[in-house]
Design a binder for this molecule. Structure first.
Ligand code: GZL
Length: 323
């Protein structure tokens, strides 16, 4: 056999062996590990970074896992490519934190055909066949929004509200639920006026940019309903730079309840923060352990969540928070 043919054969054999259990040059053998491919939305917010950390801590090598992580930078097409790579590497499980609800049927059918269970975390997916995924762990986003709207009703009464609405990127369940609740509040209250609405993509930079523009344009508003803390931080920075007092001149409603945002409640800048729990790693680990033991996990698991305002929050609670 000619040398070039031997070289091609060697490369082919090497590539064929590049599965999820090979050491990828790390000198380790992963044959005895549970291999999990995790497609994450991105790193757009503090919530997301905490969610990633929770998954990495739970699905660690010490716990018997090899975690193959992909950050999709909030692009669904990158998630679809990552899932196909996980299938090709013959992982044991796929965990998907979907950037948006639609567009998953084809690639999840490929995972199902490959016999790889798919666990959905955080946001929901909208597929006709719920057998395309094993189970889902996440939040009730409409309930989160309803909590915020009920609080606004109770605390603002019949005051005329001029509301600026900073949405997440359009399409994820978190945005759909929190926006749907505010829409119901606007329909129910003649004294609530929506003066501006736009996606801030859950990022601090975009939240600040949108509110800076509103201030430049002289738009009048007295409430900012921000669909996550990072957009609220950006809005607060814009208000302060213009000499407008967050929490005094403009009430800030936010979601996620990161520790930094809770401190802003104590500082009188944020009025309400509805918790959205990112600590899903242990729950996913428990689901995988059930599956490894041949058991069937619950199809839908909602994480417990609450809300925080100046009436209930103390420095001790802020200090005790895990994120
Ligand atoms: C909610 C999650 C949202 C957070 C944002 O579960 O999908 O995405 O509220 C994050 O902080 O970017």
């Amino acid at each position: 056999m000619k040398k070039w043919m031997l070289l091609c054969l060697a490369c082919a054999l090497l590539l064929a062996g590049c599965g999820a259990r090979d050491d990828a040059g790390e000198g380790k053998n992963y044959a005895d590990y549970v291999v999990v491919g995790f497609s994450q939305v991105g790193a757009e917010s503090d919530w997301r970074k905490t969610n990633t950390r929770s998954m990495q801590e739970a699905l660690s090598e010490e716990n018997g896992y090899r975690l193959i992580f992909d950050d999709s930078q909030q692009k669904q097409e990158r998630q679809i490519t990552a899932i196909r790579n996980f299938i090709q590497q013959e992982v044991d499980y796929i965990v998907l934190a979907p950037n948006t609800e639609m567009g998953w049927t084809t690639v999840l059918a490929e995972a199902k055909a490959a016999g790889i269970p798919v666990i959905i975390v955080d946001r929901r997916i909208d597929v006709a066949d719920n057998e395309l995924f094993t189970c889902w762990v996440g939040s009730d986003f409409r309930k989160e929004g309803n909590t915020a709207v009920t609080w606004m009703e109770q605390h603002f009464g019949d005051r005329p509200l001029k509301i600026v609405h900073l949405q997440g990127n359009i399409g994820p369940t978190a945005q759909i639920g929190r926006t749907g609740a505010l829409n119901a509040g606007l329909a129910a209250h003649d004294n609530w006026e929506l003066v501006f609405r736009a996606p801030g993509d859950y990022t601090q930079a975009k939240g600040q940019e949108l509110v800076e523009q509103l201030i430049r344009d002289g738009v009048e508003f007295n409430v900012i309903y921000a669909e996550n803390d990072n957009m609220a931080y950006g809005a607060i920075n814009a208000l302060k730079a213009a000499g407008i007092r967050p929490g005094e001149d403009v009430a800030i409603i936010s979601f996620d309840a990161n520790r930094a945002a809770l401190q802003m409640i104590l500082d009188g800048e944020i009025s309400l923060d509805v918790e959205c729990n990112p600590l899903q790693g242990p729950r996913v680990q428990a689901v995988i352990e059930q599956l490894e033991a041949g058991k069937t996990p619950q199809k839908f698991t909602f994480v417990e969540e609450t809300f925080f305002d100046a009436d209930t929050l103390t420095p001790e609670i802020v200090e005790s928070r895990e994120y």
